[in-house]
Design a protein around this ligand. Structure first.
Ligand SMILES: Nc1ncnc2c1ncn2[C@@H]1O[C@H](COP(=O)(O)OP(=O)(O)OP(=O)(O)O)[C@@H](O)[C@H]1O
Ligand SMILES: [Mg+2]
Length: 265
């Protein structure tokens, strides 16, 4: 484990569009980084708790305070150690069901968009924190974006992704100007595709390349039953016995993140 926090890189996996692969990508990027010897904390920021339950912490999802809900409302009065659970590949901060109330409560809280940043201040012992953001734009997502300031965007190869990314970028611009921060797009992960591509998918891959290719690397995480089977077993494809041909692409993404760690801290 690293012995200081300078080395901690925080990444939000975010796209307010639903079902684009955020949770699956967060788990598998976490698994790929762990496979490369990195210490990873997955942080479930989505009140739906799919990541939490996906990796087998159903009980934590319904646990009483102290939990992520109470910690987000009063970050200074919680020990991070009380929130963190251990998984064979990474550690987890589980979401809890009472986080469904958080959105409303954060709106009326002082510094309601900066709770997660404050909560993460004492975090140490990890190389990477990966936050799984909810499928909406609101205070919880703003918390994830401001706390991490580095972004991985899962997106489908569909026309509707253009509008979703446009809306996400407008929100990022608003946060950057209101909070004087830089939020950097680190990677696009094209999800829910498989070959042969149809016409719309081909056009969208070209659009991703034109819109981002020069500045932001694009990765393709293809649809595989083995990914679902690993998820159903509560692990990434790296923690699963079964071979999956997507491991190389995820290793490429993990290597990119490790090589660019200096820019992510
Ligand atoms: N590479 C993949 N191979 C197979 N299935 C996948 C893959 N990526 C995502 N899926 C499936 O697509 C669906 C949506 O994925 P996921 O839940 O990760 O998206 P999400 O963006 O987190 O959704 P939400 O917006 O509800 O949080 C799930 O059923 C998941 O199992
Ligand atoms: Mg999700």
């Amino acid at each position: 484990m690293p012995d200081n926090t300078d080395n901690l890189s925080k990444l939000a996996v975010s796209n307010q569009k639903g079902g684009v692969g955020k949770t699956t990508d967060a788990i598998n990027i976490g698994g790929a980084l762990n496979d490369r010897g990195q210490d990873v904390l997955l942080w479930d920021c989505d009140p739906q708790g799919y990541l939490t339950m996906g990796v087998g912490f159903d009980d934590a999802y319904t646990a009483d305070e102290p939990n992520q809900y109470s910690a987000m409302l009063s970050p200074g009065s919680h020990s991070l150690g009380d929130l963190i659970l251990s998984h064979e590949e990474f550690d987890i901060v589980p979401a809890t069901i009472d986080m469904f109330q958080l959105e409303q409560e954060l709106v009326t809280s002082m510094k309601g968009r900066e709770k997660l940043s404050t909560l993460m201040e004492g975090l140490e012992g990890y190389d990477f924190v990966i936050v799984d953001a909810p499928p909406s734009l609101g205070h919880l997502t703003d918390n994830a974006l401001l706390a991490c300031q580095n972004l991985i965007i899962p997106a489908e190869a569909e026309d509707t992704s253009i509008r979703a990314i446009d809306i996400l970028f407008k929100q990022i611009e608003t946060l950057e100007s209101n909070f004087s921060v830089d939020i950097n797009e680190e990677a696009i992960v094209v999800s829910n595709i498989d070959y042969p591509l149809d016409g719309e998918q081909k056009e969208m891959l070209q659009w991703f390349e034109q819109a981002f290719g020069e500045h932001v690397p694009i990765f393709e995480f293809r649809n595989r039953a083995a990914v679902k089977r690993a998820f159903n077993e509560g692990v990434s494809i790296f923690g699963h016995d079964e071979e999956c041909d997507q491991e190389d692409e995820l290793r490429r993404l993990a290597t990119y993140l490790i090589d660019n760690k200096g820019d992510l801290a």
